[in-house]
Write a protein that binds this ligand. Structure first.
Ligand SMILES: [Zn+2]
Length: 83
């Protein structure tokens, strides 16, 4: 029996981007932030790019058509108004 091709095939371990590809598969959005549908269904996609230390996931949902991006941070510093 033939298995279908692995849609999440990783590059060879010695490739310079192998660790980034692995992190992408682990950290990418899995569900649409608007409708909650799985992004693997209906042809949704999430593409990653970087700016400094921030990781941006440009995402499109095939179920509802939402198109936008999420940003992943390792750490963030915010201020809060005094109560
Ligand atoms: Zn959606």
């Amino acid at each position: 029996m033939m298995l279908p091709p692995d849609p999440h095939r990783l590059p060879p371990r010695e490739a310079w981007f192998a660790r980034d590809a692995e992190r992408h598969l682990l950290d990418r959005p899995r569900f649409c932030p608007m409708c909650g549908e799985g992004l693997d269904a209906d042809g949704g996609i999430s593409t990653e790019y970087w700016a400094a230390d921030a990781r941006y996931f440009m995402t499109w949902c095939g179920a509802c058509g939402w198109f936008g991006e999420g940003v992943r941070f390792d750490m963030v510093t915010i201020t809060e108004v005094e109560h």
